[in-house]
Design a protein around this ligand. Structure first.
Ligand SMILES: C/C(=C\COP(=O)(O)O)CCC[C@H](C)CCC[C@H](C)CCCC(C)C
Ligand SMILES: Nc1ccn([C@@H]2O[C@H](COP(=O)(O)OP(=O)(O)O)[C@@H](O)[C@H]2O)c(=O)n1
Length: 310
């Protein structure tokens, strides 16, 4: 079965179960191949590969390979510990700032909303190139999701988490927006990882775009949107602009690290399209039915998957 995976393919390989196949032309000096890159010197590939390399059975693994896989496991375990510590420290810092009344609770929540997901995506390159790396990275949002669950159900009280991540200080709030948020982080890491622009762009929209929309909308949002008086033009324009710019910044970051080799003229147009879709979805009066932290990233994933598959 071919999983939906944008697994890098070092060379053209035919996997009996591969549905689509394309010639993956690796640019020189690209340390990490990607199945979704467009060499600037040639037209974008019309097709892309849904490819999962066959896993060698244990008996086929040679000693050097076993040693390198043990090294990757150690590498990823260390990276996971580091990013977990980063997440804990981030929430602790905002908790202290809120406790000392240096930061309003609503602003603290939004800054955690903006920074934690974006920092999580920025941390992905510190994990190894093994196929298991994405699972190690997903441990971080999974662990934080468990923290939110235990604290939200008041099984393990965590005043610092409640103060820095809720609007009114009600632990039950953790079970909605924040929990959906970390679930989307897990989904993006597992399905798209650092091999496809789709996950990176979707998280930039959810964390950067939606987060800034709230801050700008609360402050400058006097002119409301006709079909949703809870949202404003200032908030939505901020959502579009910051979602667009943060997405491009993230794609540039991954490009200079060699993960993507994008046709930037094409990419700017595609990211603008995704940002428009995310902005429209975020502006809709559907929050009572589906939380922004679900509707915005899922709509962004659909729009990005569609536009980057063309
Ligand atoms: C406040 C949050 C969501 C609420 O959004 P909204 O309802 O206001 O729209 C975000 C909650 C974040 C969570 C507590 C911590 C997540 C940490 C992350 C998985 C890893 C960060 C690692 C990095 C290196 C700091
Ligand atoms: N497009 C937007 C988004 C938010 N906002 C402002 O930000 C507040 C919170 O937005 P939200 O309901 O999306 O907040 P979260 O669900 O993202 O925490 C809204 O009540 C508005 O005051 C806005 O004016 N325009």
């Amino acid at each position: 079965m071919t999983l939906l995976s944008f697994t890098p393919s070092r060379h053209l390989k035919l996997n009996p179960t591969t549905t689509f196949v394309s010639i993956v032309r690796r640019p020189p000096l690209n340390p990490v191949p990607s199945s979704l890159f467009f060499c600037p010197t040639s037209p974008p590939l019309p097709l892309h590969i849904l490819y999962r390399p066959p896993r060698p059975s244990l008996s086929l693994v040679s000693a050097p390979r076993a040693a390198s896989s043990a090294g990757s496991l150690l590498h990823d375990a260390g990276a996971t510990a580091l990013v977990l510590a980063g997440a804990y420290t981030l929430v602790l810092c905002f908790d202290n700032l809120t406790k000392r009344n240096l930061l309003q609770q609503s602003l603290s929540r939004k800054l955690v909303h903006i920074s934690s997901g974006l920092l999580f995506v920025l941390s992905w390159p510190i994990f190894s190139t093994s196929t298991e790396a994405r699972y190690f990275a997903s441990v971080v949002p999974l662990f934080n999701g468990l923290r939110l669950l235990l604290s939200g159900l008041s099984l393990v009280p965590n005043e610092g988490l409640v103060k820095s991540v809720t609007r009114e200080g009600n632990p039950k709030e953790l079970l909605r927006g924040p929990l959906y948020y970390v679930l989307i982080l897990i989904l993006s890491a597992l399905v798209f990882w650092r091999e496809s622009p789709v996950g990176v762009i979707s998280l930039a929209m959810m964390c950067g775009g939606d987060g800034v929309a709230d801050i700008m909308g609360r402050r400058f949002g006097s002119i409301k949107i006709p079909y949703n008086h809870r949202k404003s033009w200032a908030g939505s324009i901020s959502m579009f602009v910051f979602g667009f710019l943060i997405s491009l910044g993230m794609l540039y970051y991954y490009s200079i690290l060699g993960y993507f080799n994008l046709d930037w003229m094409d990419t700017v147009q595609k990211v603008a399209f995704v940002s428009l879709v995310a902005t429209v979805v975020e502006s809709l009066p559907i929050t009572k039915v589906v939380d922004d932290n679900i509707s915005v990233p899922l709509a962004s994933m659909a729009a990005a998957y569609f536009s980057f598959s063309l």
